[in-house]
Design a protein around this ligand. Structure first.
Ligand SMILES: Nc1ncnc2c1ncn2[C@@H]1O[C@H](COP(=O)(O)OP(=O)(O)OP(=O)(O)O)[C@@H](O)[C@H]1O
Ligand SMILES: [Mg+2]
Length: 346
C-alpha cells in the first residue's frame, strides 16, 4: 500500500454510539460522535471513507467485514454493544479476517484492558504503579500490606465507570462497602490500589519503533474544593455542573525538567511493555514533594502509572488531540498520522 497515497478507509465504531446519540439528543444533551470527526479529517486529506457501525449480530458483522473493500480499517471500537471487554474481540475478528487496521492488536488491547495483568508486566519492566490487590470476593478481614487510604475500582472498565467520589476508602468498613458496590453494580472484580494523592497527568504517545511523546497534559483539579476528591471520576467526566468537570486541562510549566524527562521515558516504557501500537494515552498520578503518602511524607517528585489506554478517546476535544495540537499537529494531522503509522508498519 502506498504511503501518503489516497486510500479506501472504513471507519469502524460501536453501533451503540448512534443509539446513545439519539438518546442524548432526545434529552436535549450533547453527544459528540467521534467517528464523524475522524471521517471528516480523513476525507479532507482525500481518502475515500465509508462508515461501518459494528453491531452485536455477529453473523452480520462478519459478513459486512468480509464484504468490506477498504484497504484500511480505522478502528474506533472501544466496546461492542457497549461492553468494554469486547474491544479486543472486534480487533481479533479483523486479524482473523486479514484486515489491516489502525491501533493496537488484540494482544495489546487485552494486556491493557486487565489493569492487574498490565501491572504485572509493568513490574517486570521496573515501572512504578500504585501497590494493588484484586478482590474477587469480599474479604473476611484485612491482612493486606496495602495502606489506607485505598482506591477501589472495577478491574476492567473504562470511562470512569464505577469511579466516583466514594472510590477513596479510609478504613476496612468503607472498603467492604465499596468492594460490594464494584461487585454488584459494575459486575467486576474489584481492583484495590493505594490512593496516590497528587496531580492528574496524561501522556500521549504517537508512533511505533520511533514513537514520540506528546506534551504532558494535566487535568488541574487544584481549584476543586478540598472536601471533594481531586480525581478523574465519573462526575468529572460526565456531570457538567460539578466543580471537577469545570476543572481546566492545562500544559503544566512548573514540573522540573528532569521529572518531565523521566515521565516521558516511563510512559514510553509502559507503551512498549504493554505491546501498544500507533497511539496511546498513558494516565499517571504525579506526587509533588511534601504530599501525604501512605508511609509518611516524601521529599521527592514521584509518579505512578495508573493505566495505559491503547485505544484512547480520539475526539477532537479529547486529551490526545489537545496534546497533539500543542505540538503543532492539528486534528486532521493527528488522524492522518495514525493512518500513516498503520500503513508503515504494514
Ligand atoms: N490509585 C489511584 N490513586 C489516585 N487516583 C486514582 C487511582 N486510580 C484511579 N484514580 C483516579 O481515577 C481516574 C480513573 O481511573 P482509571 O484510569 O483507572 O479508570 P478508567 O475508567 O480506565 O478511565 P479512562 O478509561 O476513562 O481513562 C484516574 O484518572 C485518577 O484520577
Ligand atoms: Mg484512565
Amino acid at each position: 500500500m502506498e504511503l501518503n497515497g489516497k486510500l479506501k478507509i472504513t471507519v469502524l465504531y460501536d453501533a451503540i454510539e448512534d443509539r446513545e446519540k439519539a438518546r442524548a439528543t432526545a434529552k436535549g444533551d450533547d453527544f459528540a460522535l467521534t467517528y464523524k470527526s475522524v471521517a471528516k479529517a480523513l476525507e479532507e486529506r482525500g481518502h475515500k471513507v465509508s462508515l461501518l457501525a459494528a453491531g452485536t449480530d455477529l453473523r452480520s458483522l462478519v459478513t459486512t467485514i468480509a464484504r468490506d473493500e477498504s484497504e484500511l480499517v480505522f478502528n474506533l471500537c472501544e466496546s461492542l454493544g457497549g461492553v468494554a471487554q469486547h474491544e479486543q474481540h472486534v480487533v481479533a475478528l479483523l486479524e482473523l479476517m486479514g484486515k489491516q487496521f489502525t491501533g493496537s492488536s488484540a494482544l495489546g488491547l487485552t494486556l491493557a484492558q486487565d489493569k492487574a495483568l498490565s501491572k504485572t508486566l509493568l513490574h517486570y519492566h521496573g515501572i512504578r504503579y500504585p501497590k494493588f490487590t484484586v478482590l474477587r470476593e469480599q474479604p473476611g478481614e484485612w491482612t493486606s500490606d496495602l495502606d489506607f487510604p485505598l482506591f477501589v475500582k472495577p478491574l476492567n472498565q473504562d470511562g470512569s465507570v464505577g469511579i466516583d467520589r466514594n472510590s477513596i476508602v479510609n478504613d476496612f468498613g468503607e472498603l467492604k462497602e465499596r468492594v460490594s458496590f464494584v461487585h454488584n453494580e459494575c459486575g467486576s472484580p474489584a481492583l484495590v490500589e493505594e490512593y496516590i494523592e497528587g496531580r492528574e497527568i496524561y501522556v500521549g504517545i504517537l508512533g511505533n519503533e520511533t514513537a514520540g511523546v506528546l506534551p504532558i497534559l494535566e487535568w488541574d483539579f487544584s481549584a476543586v474544593p478540598d472536601h471533594l476528591p481531586k480525581i478523574a471520576s465519573a462526575e468529572a467526566k460526565w456531570d457538567k455542573e460539578s466543580p471537577e468537570y469545570k476543572a481546566p486541562q492545562v500544559f503544566p510549566t512548573d514540573i522540573p525538567e528532569e521529572v518531565v524527562t523521566r515521565i516521558r521515558q516511563v510512559s514510553l516504557d509502559a507503551f512498549r511493555a504493554l505491546r501498544v501500537r500507533d497511539y496511546a494515552r498513558v494516565d499517571m498520578r504525579l506526587r509533588p514533594p511534601g504530599r501525604r503518602t501512605p508511609r509518611g511524607p516524601s521529599d521527592k517528585w514521584e509518579y505512578f502509572i495508573i493505566e495505559a489506554n491503547p485505544n484512547p478517546h480520539l475526539d477532537p476535544k479529547g486529551e490526545l488531540a489537545l496534546a497533539a495540537r500543542e505540538q503543532g499537529l492539528n486534528y486532521p494531522d493527528l488522524v492522518n498520522r495514525i493512518v500513516d503509522l498503520a500503513v508503515e508498519r504494514g
